[in-house]
Design a protein around this ligand. Sequence first.
Ligand code: ACM
Length: 534
Amino acid sequence: MKKNIWGLFALLLCFSLHAQESYNLVPKPAKLTPIQGKFTFQKNTVITISSKDDSFQAVANMLKEQLRVSTGLLLDVKSGAATSKGVVFVQNANLADEAYHLNVSAKKIEIQAKSGKGAFYALQTLFQLMPAQIYSQSASNETLTALACQIEDAPRYSYRGMMLDVGRYYFPVSFIKRFLDLMAVYKLNTFHWHLTEDQGWRIEIKKYPLLTSISSVRKETMVGHYRDQKFDNKPYGGFYTQEEIKEVIAYAAKKFITIIPEIEMPGHSQAVLAAYPELGCNPDKIYQVATKWGISEDVLCPREETFTFMENVLTEVMALFPGQYIHIGGDECPKKQWKESRFCQDLIKKLGLKDEHELQSYFIRRIDKFVTSKGKKLLGWDEILEGGLSPNAMVMSWRGTKGGIEAAKQNHDVVMSPNSYFYLDYYQADPKTQPLAIGGNLPLSKSYSFEPDLPELTTEEAKHIVGIQANVWTEYISTPAYAEYMTFPRALALAEISWSPKQTKDYDDFLRRVKGILPGMDALKINYCPVGLK
Ligand code: ACM
């Protein structure tokens, strides 16, 4: 008898381990109850939308389209009362905006959400319950199934972001769309588009055409390590027209991704000065678009003309981007030229400021006022905290978590993006085995170990941490393939920390599931770094 009990126990353990192993979901859902069996998509499977809310329609069509492209199966999408079989989308007004319930049984797949947004996330989970073929484009005729289970899911944080630096290198619209596609697969919802840099201005501004004819092109580019000081002697440039930007914004919206544009000021603006030297502290200087990496001393001078210029630029930017936040950079503005400038020193005196740091605060506060007056909110790197901000300004903490903690204590919303966890330009494995990168040491396990719920914050203060973000800085990343390699798999750590409940965090379990979704990542043709995964 005893032996039988142990045998039964072993069998149950085996079944439950097996069942667990099959659910390779990243990010991990808040609650999953395994069920035995599978749903099979067949010719006569019907997708029913049981909601008057139009937003479900687009998501139901995405399922139809994905099945058509991957297997050739063409399903009907209908509106009507919820049925007892097939795929059914049901509106559940009690759920939060991004939450969903997904019930898969042998007979039926039911997706409940408040609107298309939650249904979209349910769909991403459903695809992970299916064979990797669902991500392919081979119309393979394969019959696809989905593992049965009951899921109740909702994100931990509302801001789940990725930044791409297109200033150091320009990435074509086709890659931006792919980046958005891949973000959406893992339920990331905010794309921070770093559009301007010392080395290149990448957004068309109609009022200032020289920004694209001059500021978007550099005469050559640094190659290899910074210490080598070697250059390729080849002009390099690129920019997005406003029409392209609108196209990307519309594309992102279909994937429930908000785009935050970043226009850097007053530092990281050397490219602007190449076209408009009158905005610098040395108007007679011949500025050029930067050709090497690092922090440029050529910064904007806080003249009235500069404010007028930036307000005009931001007016066009705000007209394009429908999201509430406008990122104005604010980081790494060396004060050397302001110290040496008669104009700046006179302005400091006139305004009764202490020094150049307070002058920077004055700059940011003026821009903050302008952005706020237009009904938008200002977002900036943690340097913007020095000197007081409007209450609705948000801070992006990159120099560790200190700036974010301070901002939260001052009642500002915060996105945590600490460099030692989320700068995806850092090496993710032994540099000897990797392509050239900026430096650092940031393996997947380190990214995953970040915990945004910081002990320094009270429960009330912690509510200001709206989410986290990983940044792909591109000084050493000149191609889409390498950008993808540096982004994955570490973006999966970001996705899980920002989506899944804190109490389910477990690196070994995460790594097992990441290995489990490799076939899906292969089907999506993601050029991920395989170190530690294979
Ligand atoms: C930054 O890395 N300078 C935001």
